[in-house]
Design a protein around this ligand. Structure first.
Ligand code: COA
Length: 175
């Protein structure tokens, strides 16, 4: 039995991630999708929210497990000897340098941690979580970018976040 892990921030999960998840789930017996932390990022969704959105988006894929972890990916890999390989998606050459560095760091931290790359499908190469967040904050149509089960939750959260940001900016300007 071959098991892969697909790590990411998923803030929020998009159709781009889902493309990789669906294709990887057909290549491996089991795919563990894990929400991790990139300490350099400011997240809009909490870890339980990101796990919840992933669960809704992946509901119909049978061989998927969703988890979260607040440490190094290499350590998660150590704690789960049943996982064979890390899967990452590559959208463009611009992703390559960062992913290459990450793959080498993970292997350096844990020599068992091999990474395989899946090229993103052409129609998802321009999608990113930040782009989705920006469209949602301005009340734009998310239909093409995130699965239908989670449109509403994403829009509600981000329009509220944006309204609060505008309120704070107004208060600062008045002081
Ligand atoms: N299609 C569309 N978009 C995609 C995509 C795909 N196939 N794959 C990734 N993306 C987007 C994401 O939406 C995200 O967009 P954003 O930057 O606008 O938020 C961007 O590409 C990067 O996503 P991701 O691969 O999740 O990278 P990340 O930097 O957000 O997170 C972690 C990377 C969380 C996996 C990494 O930081 C990690 O492993 N953290 C744990 C600590 C650790 O071990 N660090 C590594 C050692 S230094």
């Amino acid at each position: 039995m071959k098991t892969a892990i697909y790590p990411g921030s998923f803030d929020p999960v998009t159709n781009g991630h889902l493309d990789i998840i669906k294709r990887a789930s057909k290549m491996f017996d089991k795919l563990v999708v894990v929400v991790l932390i990139n300490p350099l990022k400011n997240y809009s969704f909490s870890i339980p929210e990101r796990v919840g959105l992933l669960s809704k988006a992946c509901g119909d894929i049978p061989n998927i497990e969703i988890d979260s972890y607040d440490g190094l990916l290499a350590d998660y890999f150590k704690e789960h000897p049943e996982i064979d390989v890390i899967v990452k998606g590559l959208r463009a050459t611009s992703d390559f340098e960062y992913e290459f560095q990450m793959a080498h760091t993970n292997k350096d931290l844990n020599p068992r941690a091999e990474t395989v790359f899946i090229p993103a499908s052409a129609n998802t190469t321009f999608i990113s979580s930040s782009m989705v967040k920006q469209v949602a904050m301005f009340g734009g149509d998310l239909t093409k970018y995130v699965p239908p089960e989670i449109h509403e939750q994403i829009s509600a959260k981000l329009t509220a976040e944006f309204a609060e940001k505008k309120r704070m900016a107004r208060l600062r300007a008045e002081q």
